[in-house]
Design a protein around this ligand. Structure first.
Ligand code: PEP
Ligand code: MG
Length: 784
C-alpha cells in the first residue's frame, strides 16, 4: 500500500471533479448549493442526532461522488471516535478510535487544518485500521469540525482511485463541516459534560506555554475578547435576504468604525490614530467582503459566511510568517468579530460589565480593539497568535502590560471568568491556579509593587553617583502614547526615538505633512525635554508594509537603515524635511543608524543641511539648535574615530547591534543571541576605548541599547566613564537606584584591570563587586 503512484495514474489538473469528470467552478457551485440545501432539510427534519448524522454522511458521499464519507467526533481524553460512515465497515462505528495526532484523521484534528491526499496510504502518518476495511481507498480529504475555537471532530471523504481534490471541493467540505460541527456540539451525540472537557484532557489547573511578548507578572480574571457567538442558523432559507442583512451590517460597521477613528483621533493623537486609519481601510477590503458574499451565494447565512471566511483566514494565518501580513490578518479577525456582532445585534464584552482586573484573552487582536478596553482595568493580554512585532504588541508595550503570545489553545482552555496568572517574563499562563500558586504570585506582585513605589519615591531625586558624578538618564520610545513616560519616570528626555515604529504600524508611507505632525506632537509632549530622533531604521528584521523587503540571505548584514536611506535619498529627505519643520523654533537632535564609515555620515549630514537650507528659503523658522550624531553600531567606525569625532555632535552606542556585529552573532537567533556577553572583556574594551576617545574629543557619548536598561551592565558602563544612558522606561527607577548606590571611580578601578583577562564574561566578578559594595543591581524584570 505504500508504493508511489506512477504520475500518469494521478489526476494532473486541479479542475473540480464529480464522479471523475472535470466540472467547471460554476457547475460545482450548483453542487455545493444543492448539498447545503439538502443538509438544511436534514437538520430541520425528524430523528435523533445519530440518525441525522448518518443521513448527512450519506448525503455528502452522494453529492460529492465519494465512495466513503465518515465523521469522527472528539471524546474526552482527546480521542476521535468514528460516529458515522458510508463506505467503511459499519461495524467499525463507535469501535474505531484514534488519538489526536494519530493517523490522518488525528493529524487533521491536531493541526485543525484541512488535508487532501491523492495517495493517502503513502503519507507517513497513515495508520491502517483493519476493522474499517479502508484498504482499497486511495485518496482522502479530511477537514476539521471547528466550533468555538475547538476541534470537535473530523469529516473525511475517500475515493478508490488516486485523485486530487480541487479547491472547490475542499471549500465545500469545509462549509459542510460547519453544519456537522453544529450538530456535534449540540450535546446529543457526545454529552455536554464530555464536550467541555474534550480537547483539554480534563485537568483543572493548567499551565499554557507561549512566548513572552512583553514582560511582567499580572493576575486577573479572563475576559474572552471574542466570546463565541453561537451561530444558530447556518443554512439560509433565502439568500437574497442574507445579502440584504449582510449589506446592512457592513454599512453600520463602517459607520461605527468611522466614529471610533474620529474619536480616537481626538483622544489619542499621531501614530495610534494612524494605526486605526489603516484598520478602517481593511474594513473596506474588497477581497474580504467579496469572499463572504461568495459564501452567502453558496447558501450559508450571513453569519455562517463571515465565520467560514474567517476559518480560511485562520488557516492562512498559521502559515504566514510575514509580520505585515500577519498583522493584517489580525485586523481581519478583529473585523470579523465586529461584523458578527453587528449581524447578531449582540453587545461586545467591552459594553458589558467588566471585572476590575481584566486579563484579555484573544486569538488575535487588532490594536484598535485593545484600546477599546478600559486601560485602568487591563492587567495583561494573552494571545493565541501574535508576534513581538505585531501592531497589538507594540501598543501593549506602550500601555506597559504583560503579554504572552503564541499561547496555543488559550481560547479553548480558558473560560470567561477563570482566574489567570500571566507571566510575561517566562511566556506562560497559569489557568485556574490553586491557592498556593495564587499566594505565591500575589506575594511576588506585592513585592514588585513595593519596589515600584520605592522607585517612584526616587523620581525627583538626582541621578548622581556617590562620587558626585551626575548621570543623564533618558528613555527610549517609539510611539506618541509613550511620551508621558518622561514625566512619569522623571527621565531627562528621549535618548532614542525609534521613528520606524510609527512607519511600521501604518498601511501607507506617511508623507511630509503626516510626519511633520507626528514629530511636532512628540516635541510638544516632550515639553522642552530633549528628544533624539533616529532616522528610519528599517530592513533586516523590520519590514514596512509598503516597502518591499529585499530578499537577502543575510538580512542583518544587508540593506538596512542608513544604507536604504542613502540609496533611496527621497525617503530620507522627506523624513529630514519633516523633522526640520517640526523642530521650528525648538532644538533638533537627529542621529543616523548603522553608520559604517564616516563618508556615510557626511552624506546623510549633507541631506540634512540641504533640508535646513530649503526650510530657510521657504521662510520656515529654523530649529533653535541642531545637533547631529551617529548610532555607533558597526565596529569599522572604531578605525575612523579621529575623523568621526571631528564631525559629529554626539555618539550613541546601539549596543544590541554593536554586539551582533562585533561577535558575528545574530541578535535574533536564540541559539547564538546570548552566546556572547556584553560584559565580556572584548566588548567592554571596545566601549572603554570609545569612551576614552569621546572624552578626549569632548563629544558626548550615550548608550541606548539593552545594556543601558540593566543595572549590572549600566554599573560597568559608568565605571568606563559613560555618563548618558537611554533605556526602557521601566528601567529608570532601578538604574537610578544603582547610580545613587555606587562610586563610579571605584567601579572603574575594579573593572579596568580585568579588561585584559581571558574569561568569557566579567559578570560574576562584577556581581560580587556589587554585592560587596552595596550596589543596587535589581533585575528590572522584577519591577512589574
Ligand atoms: C541597538 O542596536 O542597540 C539599538 C538601540 O537599536 P535597535 O535595537 O533599534 O536596533
Ligand atoms: Mg540598532
Amino acid at each position: 500500500m505504500t508504493e508511489r503512484l506512477p504520475a500518469s495514474a494521478r489526476e494532473q489538473d486541479d479542475a473540480p471533479r464529480v464522479g471523475g469528470a472535470a466540472v467547471s467552478t460554476a457547475a460545482f457551485g450548483a453542487v455545493a448549493r444543492r448539498l447545503i440545501a439538502r443538509l438544511r432539510d436534514v437538520m430541520a427534519g425528524a430523528g435523533d442526532a445519530q440518525t441525522r448524522l448518518d443521513q448527512i454522511v450519506q448525503l455528502i458521499a452522494a453529492e460529492l461522488h465519494a465512495e466513503v464519507c465518515s465523521c469522527y467526533l472528539m471524546r474526552a481524553g482527546d480521542i476521535l471516535e468514528l460516529f458515522a460512515t458510508v463506505g467503511l465497515n459499519p461495524s467499525a462505528v463507535h469501535r474505531t478510535r484514534l488519538r489526536v495526532g494519530e493517523g490522518l484523521v488525528g493529524t487533521v484534528a491536531a493541526s485543525a487544518r484541512p488535508l487532501a491526499l491523492a495517495d493517502a496510504p503513502s503519507h507517513p502518518n497513515f495508520a491502517y485500521r483493519p476493522e474499517t476495511g479502508e484498504e482499497p481507498f486511495r485518496s482522502l480529504a479530511g477537514v476539521p469540525l471547528l466550533r468555538g475555537g475547538r476541534v470537535r471532530g473530523v469529516l473525511v471523504i475517500q475515493h478508490l482511485r488516486a485523485r486530487n481534490y480541487s479547491e472547490d471541493e475542499m471549500e465545500t467540505l469545509q462549509t459542510v463541516a460547519m453544519v456537522v460541527a453544529e450538530l456535534a456540539s449540540a450535546g446529543e451525540l457526545v454529552g455536554a459534560g464530555e464536550i467541555s472537557t474534550a480537547g483539554d484532557a480534563g485537568v483543572l489547573q493548567q499551565r499554557l506555554a507561549g512566548i513572552g511578548i512583553n514582560s511582567g507578572l499580572a493576575m486577573g480574571q479572563a475576559v474572552l475578547h471574542r466570546p463565541r457567538l453561537t451561530l444558530s442558523e447556518l443554512v439560509a432559507e433565502d439568500p437574497e435576504a442574507e445579502f440584504a442583512r449582510f449589506g446592512e451590517a457592513v454599512s453600520t460597521m463602517h459607520a461605527s468604525i468611522d466614529v471610533m477613528v474620529q474619536q480616537s483621533r481626538e483622544a489619542v493623537p499621531g501614530d495610534t490614530a494612524d494605526i486605526l486609519e489603516s484598520y478602517r481601510m481593511f474594513a473596506r477590503d474588497r477581497g474580504w467582503l467579496g469572499r463572504i458574499r461568495e459564501a452567502i451565494a453558496q447558501g450559508l447565512t450571513a453569519e455562517a459566511a463571515v465565520e467560514r471566511v474567517q476559518q480560511d483566514n485562520r488557516t492562512r494565518m498559521a502559515q504566514v510568517a510575514d509580520p505585515y501580513l500577519r498583522a493584517r490578518l489580525d485586523d481581519l479577525e478583529d473585523l470579523t468579530n465586529r461584523l458578527l456582532r453587528h449581524l447578531s445585534g449582540k453587545r461586545s464584552p467591552i459594553e458589558t460589565a467588566l471585572p476590575d482586573d481584566v486579563v484579555l484573552v484573544a486569538r488575535a487582536l487588532g490594536p484598535a480593539e485593545l484600546l477599546d478596553y478600559d486601560r485602568v482595568r487591563l492587567r495583561a493580554l494573552v494571545l493565541e497568535e501574535g508576534s513581538p512585532s505585531s501592531h497589538v504588541a507594540i501598543v501593549a508595550r506602550a500601555l506597559d502590560i504583560p503579554v504572552v503570545g503564541r499561547c496555543a489553545g488559550a481560547l479553548s482552555r480558558i473560560e470567561a471568568g477563570d482566574p489567570l496568572i500571566v507571566d510575561g517574563d517566562n511566556g506562560q499562563v497559569l489557568v485556574r491556579p490553586g491557592e498556593d500558586l495564587i499566594d505565591a504570585a500575589a506575594r511576588a506582585m506585592a513585592t514588585r509593587a513595593d519596589r515600584r513605589l520605592s522607585y517612584q519615591a526616587m523620581r525627583d531625586l538626582p541621578a548622581v553617583t556617590r562620587d558626585a558624578e551626575p548621570i543623564q538618564l533618558c528613555i527610549n520610545a517609539g510611539l506618541v502614547i509613550e511620551m508621558p513616560q518622561i514625566a512619569d519616570t522623571g527621565a531627562e528626555g528621549i535618548g532614542l526615538f525609534r521613528t520606524e515604529i510609527p512607519f511600521m504600524v501604518r498601511a501607507t508611507y506617511p508623507d511630509v505633512a503626516a510626519q511633520t505632525a507626528l514629530y511636532s506632537e512628540v516635541l510638544e509632549q516632550a515639553n522642552g525635554a530633549p528628544v533624539t530622533f533616529r532616522t528610519l531604521d528599517v530592513g533586516g528584521d523590520k519590514t514596512l508594509p509598503y516597502f518591499p523587503a529585499a530578499d537577502e540571505e543575510n538580512p542583518a548584514l544587508g540593506w538596512r537603515a542608513i544604507r536604504i536611506g542613502l540609496d533611496r535619498p527621497a525617503m530620507l529627505r522627506i523624513q529630514l524635511r519633516a523633522l526640520v519643520r517640526a523642530a521650528a523654533g525648538r532644538d533638533l537632535r537627529v542621529k543616523f543608524p548603522l553608520i559604517a564609515e564616516v563618508a556615510e555620515f557626511d552624506d546623510a549630514r549633507r541631506l540634512l543641511d540641504r533640508e535646513l537650507a530649503r526650510a530657510a528659503k521657504e521662510g520656515i523658522a529654523p530649529p533653535s539648535s541642531v545637533k547631529v550624531g551617529v548610532m555607533f553600531e558597526v565596529p569599522s567606525l572604531l578605525w575612523q574615530l579621529d575623523a568621526l569625532l571631528k564631525s559629529v555632535d554626539f555618539v550613541s552606542v546601539g549596543s544590541n547591534d554593536l554586539a551582533q556585529y562585533l561577535f558575528a552573532a545574530d541578535r535574533n537567533n536564540p541559539r547564538v543571541g546570548s552566546r556572547y556577553d556584553p560584559l565580556s572583556p572584548a566588548f567592554l574594551t571596545v566601549l572603554d576605548r570609545l569612551a576614552e576617545r569621546c572624552r578626549a574629543a569632548r563629544v558626548p557619548l550615550s548608550i541606548c541599547g539593552e545594556m543601558a536598561s540593566r543595572p549590572l551592565e549600566a554599573m560597568a558602563l559608568l565605571g568606563l566613564g559613560v555618563r548618558i544612558l537611554s533605556m526602557t522606561p521601566r528601567a529608570v527607577g532601578p538604574i537610578k537606584a544603582m547610580v545613587r548606590s555606587i562610586d563610579s571611580r571605584q567601579v572603574g578601578e575594579f573593572l579596568k584591570p580585568l579588561l585584559s583577562g581571558r574569561e568569557r564574561s566579567l559578570r560574576p566578578k562584577l556581581r560580587a563587586f556589587a554585592r560587596d559594595h552595596g550596589a543596587s543591581i535589581e533585575d528590572i524584570a522584577l519591577v512589574r
